[in-house]
Design a protein around this ligand. Structure first.
Ligand SMILES: Cc1cc2nc3c(=O)[nH]c(=O)nc-3n(C[C@H](O)[C@H](O)[C@H](O)COP(=O)(O)OP(=O)(O)OC[C@H]3O[C@@H](n4cnc5c(N)ncnc54)[C@H](O)[C@@H]3O)c2cc1C
Length: 485
């Protein structure tokens, strides 16, 4: 705990970044201290917006010397409360949005070097302008930043084909908690020169260093796509259809997203101007996307073959195939807006779990039964990236129950039931959203003592004063004795 007044912190940091880039706590900083969903509200001694890595390095060195905690922040779209400070008013928020330059697109090397504050949509546009694809695709792409994507190891709807952020990064630059700069901005696909240090920062949720720039992989830009919204007999039928699609479409299978009936009903009510692509109501649906460098006709044929095989096997009940780009966009809009529909409705218990594909159908069945035993009228908003085993299992309050009443009665038992079933099925309690503060206490239930001790040892090696995003991801540092036992 430092004893500096906020004024002293503001004056010292304004001296480094300039007074316009160092905001004192007040109405101007509310957007930096409240999370996307409006659940986590904190207070900052100051909000700092550095212009470059050198400035940030000096900010970090000053904070380190004066024991001032620092919370790194990108687009502040975290769903886990990871990017906002606690209520103590001790911490400085470092927001990267001024470091928003695309430094280089190397089309020959199929790489792009960007500063951490570049938004995902700007990175995708820069790649596209050079005839390449940066394939990360998530609903918050207009606001979230590459630094935040790396720190959370973001996933999204194209992981099935291209992998998550960990798979899409070749090099990294980061400022360490004491102000030193780790320079690893290399665009190499082969580099066996010891520990892969960049990967330490990926998925570490801003607890080990502040990412300032990255070299990202680029892919060939697809020339065609084929999209269908498909009613399936059950989650098990969806898994079987996924197997057929992998066999028949191979590399061109890009997305395979599950949507439950309550999820579809919720998003259609929220959008108001959209309708279901299918005539009848179905309990389970999937959105399938194929993309490729070959012509559209061949891709359409492959998609039809997958659907026909599914119909013959009794897996598919009905299907709507997008006849145009506008149709495809309308199908995707339905899928992408489910998250915001839940936020707007309120009273949603977000369980972002992953389970091996071979166990996903029984997991959904058992977790649904467990939730309905606790609250028989919960709306089972279940959707997500089934292709990579990731289910957003988000029971929603009954329509006639207020959000506070539902959450206070059900949040803990429901999350605990769903997480334990995912864990028992060999799964993870956080597939892609991270831990932040929302899942921090639960992490200790599902990680072994050895895993937790190793995580703390890494944290101590890079941040011995525990000043960088403290109490996110990991809570209390165990005593030194605990490491020896
Ligand atoms: C509508 C919506 C849809 C979403 N869909 C998906 C999805 O499909 N898949 C998915 O994975 N996520 C999804 N998310 C969650 C969120 O957008 C991602 O976690 C995203 O990667 C966060 O990026 P950000 O820049 O907003 O980071 P922030 O929210 O600002 O920060 C997230 C974490 O990273 C740290 N951090 C941020 N920038 C840096 C940096 N430069 N250096 C070090 N640490 C840093 C923060 O301290 C915090 O711990 C969604 C969110 C919304 C609102």
């Amino acid at each position: 705990m430092h004893t500096l007044s906020p004024d002293r912190v503001v004056v010292a940091l304004a001296d480094i970044v300039g007074s316009r880039a160092c905001l004192a706590s007040g109405p101007d900083t509310a957007a930096f201290t409240t999370d996307y969903r409006g659940i986590h509200h904190g207070k900052a001694a100051a909000v700092v917006l550095p212009a470059n890595t050198r400035e940030l390095s000096r900010v970090m060195a000053w904070c380190h010397a004066h024991d001032v905690p620092v919370v790194p922040q990108g687009g502040n779209t975290s769903l886990m409360g990871g990017a906002v400070p606690d209520a103590s008013g001790q911490a400085v928020v470092v927001n990267l949005r001024r470091m928003n330059q695309v430094l280089e697109v190397d089309a020959t090397n199929d790489t792009m070097t960007v500063q951490a504050g570049v938004t995902l949509s700007a990175a995708r546009s820069a790649a596209e302008a050079a005839g390449r694809l940066f394939p990360l695709r998530i609903g918050s792409e207009g606001s979230c930043q590459i630094g935040g994507n790396l720190s959370t190891n973001a996933g999204g709807t194209a992981v099935l084909r291209y992998g998550n952020m960990r798979d899409l990064v070749l090099g990294l630059e980061a400022v360490l908690p004491d102000g030193r700069i780790y320079s690893g901005l290399r665009g190499l696909r082969k580099d066996n020169t010891g520990y892969d240090l960049k990967q330490l920062f990926v998925g570490s949720e801003g607890t080990l260093g502040i990412i300032t720039a990255a070299v990202l992989k680029l892919m060939p830009l697809p020339r065609s796509s084929a999209v269908a919204f498909v009613a399936v007999a059950s989650p098990a039928a969806a898994v079987a259809l996924l197997g057929e699609a992998k066999k028949m479409a191979g590399q061109s299978l890009t997305a395979f997203e599950l949507v439950s009936r309550p999820a579809l009903e919720l998003v259609l009510a929220y959008l108001g101007d959209a309708s279901s692509p299918l005539e009848d109501s179905h309990e389970w649906m999937v959105l399938i996307e194929l993309t490729s460098g070959v012509d559209a006709e061949a891709l359409d044929q492959t998609l039809m073959q997958v659907l026909e095989a599914g119909l013959e096997a009794g897996l598919v009940l009905d299907a709507a195939v997008a006849a145009s780009g506008a149709d495809a966009q309308a199908f995707w809009r339905i899928r992408e807006e489910i998250s915001d529909a839940q936020t707007r409705t309120g009273g949603s218990i977000k369980c972002d779990v992953s389970v091996p594909l071979s166990r996903i159908a029984p997991f959904i069945e058992h977790a649904t039964a467990a939730v309905l035993a606790l609250q028989p009228r919960a709306r089972m908003v279940i959707y997500g990236h089934m292709g990579d085993g990731n289910v957003h299992f988000n029971p929603l309050r009954p329509a006639d129950c207020t959000a506070p009443a539902f959450l206070s009665a059900c949040y803990e038992p429901v999350s605990h039931a769903v997480d334990s079933l995912a864990h028992a099925a060999g799964g993870s309690i956080s597939a892609e959203h991270g831990i932040g503060v929302a899942k921090r206490d639960d992490l200790t239930l599902y990680k072994s003592p050895v895993e937790l001790a190793l995580m703390w040892q890494i944290k101590r090696a890079l941040d011995p004063k525990n000043l960088l995003n403290p109490a996110k991801l990991l809570l209390d540092a165990p005593s030194v004795d605990a490491f020896d036992s």
